[in-house]
Design a protein around this ligand. Sequence first.
Ligand code: FAD
Length: 286
Amino acid sequence: MSSRLGGCMSNPTSFPISFEFFPPKTPAGADKLVQVRHALYAARPAFFSVTYGAGGSTQDGTLQQVQAILADGQDAAPHFSCIGATRDNVRLQLAQFKAAGIRRMVALRGDLPSGHGTFGEFRYASELVAFIRAETGDHFHIEVGCYPEVHPQAKSPEADIQAYVTKVKAGATSAITQYFYNSDAYFRFVQEVQQHGADIPVVPGIMPIISSTQLMRFSDACGAEIPRWIRLRLQSFGDDVEAIKAFGLDVVTDLCEQLRQGGAPGLHFYTMNQSAPTLALLERLA
Ligand code: FAD
């Protein structure tokens, strides 16, 4: 299955891929990300997305990064969360995106910082999506988030499905999932939302496994389940980074294969601002 990619490659998989970054927090991180971006351009992704607000990043950092990617001739989408926002703020931001030549965004509710603050004029992402459509028509390709293992604050799995369906009917173009390591959860989610008439593409979000402590920390925060067998194996490697990476590469390659064979419409990689783990996965999937 594997083919050598050498120093330069085109998308070695047979279906669309996209890559996610977060805005760098330091000048050194920004310099490194330029190299990472260029290494990943060679894989010919459909687009890059850049997070907003996660870890305290600002909308300015997101927009700067998106503009840099667009200036390199690649498609890029800012993440945009409406928590605490007013309609006027959002209207201004949409005008800024349009002026920057942006045609795609990831529209989210976001989270209140450490549970404090106020929701603002938008309670749910579905309200943001409806507002964007009312203000800008078909200008933007709107991605939304979804949760095959159920959003941690959902009242019930059924309510979460219904919330997703409402978001789709408000005008979402396609969806990207929270990461997961259990493909059954993804396939069941897709089947259920389709039965409710929400049939936009649902692209799995893929988190390469590169560090066990980082993965456990993220997963606890966002409600993504690390299956017991994966957790125990990772713990058993202790500080052996190479063993963790090799095991993670095997596990995530198998997951991507299952998703591809099961008909997923593409893969969205949470790169964590690194190129090597994602490129290693793509090489294995070639
Ligand atoms: P919503 O779709 O609004 O859902 C939030 C909760 O409300 C869910 O529990 C849902 O079941 C419930 N709900 C929704 N509508 C209703 C309703 N009508 N009635 C009752 N309950 C309802 N966060 C960031 O801060 N920055 C980022 O850049 C970022 N990028 C992300 C990218 C992806 C692909 C994903 C999957 C998540 C991302 N997040 C990001 C995290 C996201 O902001 C959080 O998960 C947030 O808690 C929910 O956002 P949402 O857009 O999915 O919200």
